[in-house]
Every structure is written in C-alpha cells, then in structure tokens.
Design a protein around this ligand. Structure first.
Ligand code: NI
Length: 269
C-alpha cells in the first residue's frame, strides 16, 4: 500500500474525472491522499472532497505563492477549519524566493504565523520551498526549539519536493522533520537522485504533487496519484532495496506523521 503524501486534487484538472483518478490510484495500491490547500477557498474545496471520499485527508493554509489571498481574518478561518476531523496538517506553507510573488519579509512573517498555528493545534506542517531551503530550515528549527512540546512524540512536518542537500536533510531529521520526493527523482538531470542515495529511506515519503511534476515516462501530461509506484520504484532502484520496502517505510512514515489510523477509524468509509 502507498500514500500520496502531496496531491492537489481540488484543481480543475480533476473536476471531470476525479472518481476515475482515485480508482486508478487504488488499483495501483495508492489508498490515501494528502491534499494540501493553497488558501482559504481551496481549503474549503479540499474539505468537500474529503467529506466525499474516504481516502482523502487535507492540509489547510496559505501557500507562499498565494499570499494575495491572506488576511488575518482568513487565517482565523483556517484555524477553525483545522478542527475538522479530516484536517491532518497545516499546509501548504513556506517561502518561495524563485517567483518572489510577495516581499520576502512578508512571506517569512506569514510562514511563521502559520507555524505558530500548527504549534497551537499540535499539528504537523507541510512546507514548500523554492530557492529558499536553508532560510525555511532556519525558520522551522527556530520554532521547533522554542516549542519543545510541539508534536512531542512524533514528527513535526515535511519539506515536500525536497531540493536541499544531505547535510540540510539531516538537520531536518534531527529536528523531527521528514522530506518527500516527487516525479523529478525520475529525471535524468538534477541532484534529487543523489540526495536520495545519501539520506536513505528512513525519513522520507513519496508524493506526486499532482497535477505538477509528472514523472518519466508520463512527463508532459497531467500528473495523478496512480503514478506513485513509478516514483517508489525509482527510489527502490537508487537505494538497491525491494519496492515493497519503500512502500512499507514511506507509508508508515505518512501514517505516523499525519495520524491517519486514528482518523480512518473515526470516519466511516
Ligand atoms: Ni504543492
């Protein structure tokens, strides 16, 4: 069994065939889907999907590329939404210095406010970075050290589509964060495969980041969660372990991070 730890299934790309997309994913062994919202409106859309489909769980928050939607009142709305039984994280939050759509100080400030929300609600965070891995690590580590009671027993979050190096990954692991890898791990160019080899399986998850970042050989087409085994197979090859071991470890990591067993029991299919 696999879990797609990051897929944006509320986008228009899926509005005509989401049931088929989920059925194909189930056939491929992908049973649970973590759907990170990008603002208060997509959070509402994601929760509608979670109420309709038993396998879907949600993260709520303001994405760093969507901060034009942010207001303090809407953050209060996000906090209320975070009490929904299918909300398992605060996300997708972070900082993005590639597109730089909002001033960097503003991005850092709203990122911090949302980590404080996660600490208050004792939820994990799903973190987005682009050209900003080290800055984002500094911010989460500061919050983790100031709040030792945050997720006292478990992991505090994940850096999704991790683009840092092995040294940076190890700083995250020491502070009880995971990292996750999507389709680019299958690309010939780029450093992601080498980083996977260096850090190993113990603290990672798999994700598609659907509809973006489609893995080889489907590159250029819409991405979907049924491609998770392609990513897991590539990681298995890089680490020279059976794909079953990748499935077992990444699924256990996602279940523990997002507390899925508790929620799956609470909610009827
Ligand atoms: Ni995303």
């Amino acid at each position: 069994m696999f879990i797609d730890s990051h897929c944006h299934l509320f986008y228009e790309d899926y509005q005509n065939d989401l049931a088929d997309v989920l059925a194909r994913a189930n056939d491929a062994g992908v049973e649970y889907f973590i759907v990170p919202a990008t603002n208060h409106e997509t959070a509402r859309q994601a929760l509608e999907l979670a109420e309709k489909y038993h396998g879907i769980f949600v993260a709520v928050g303001f994405h760093p590329l969507d901060l034009k939607e942010y207001t303090p009142e809407r953050l209060k709305l996000i906090e209320e939404m975070s009490r929904h039984p299918k909300v398992v994280a605060i996300g997708e939050i972070g900082i993005d210095y590639f597109y730089d759509r909002s001033p960097r100080e503003v991005q850092q400030e709203i990122f911090s406010l949302q980590i404080e929300l996660a600490v208050r609600r004792d939820l994990p965070v799903i973190v987005h970075t682009r050209d900003s891995v080290q800055e984002a690590i500094d911010i989460v580590v500061r919050h983790a050290q100031n709040n030792p009671g945050w997720k006292k027993e478990g992991k505090r979050g994940v850096f999704h589509c991790f683009t840092g190096d092995a040294r940076q990954a190890n700083v995250l692991f020491e502070n009880r964060f995971l990292v996750s890898f999507p389709g680019p791990v299958t690309f010939k160019k780029g450093e992601m495969p080498d980083v996977v080899k260096e850090i190993g399986l113990e603290n990672i998850m798999v994700e598609t980041d659907s509809p973006y970042l489609t893995p080889v050989p489907h590159r250029g087409k819409r991405n979907e969660p049924s491609y998770i085994p392609i990513i897991a197979q590539k990681i298995a090859e890089l680490l020279n372990v059976p794909i079953d071991e990748v499935a077992r470890t990444t699924t256990a990591n996602a279940i523990a991070l997002f507390g899925l067993q508790r929620d799956a029991r609470t909610l009827s299919p």
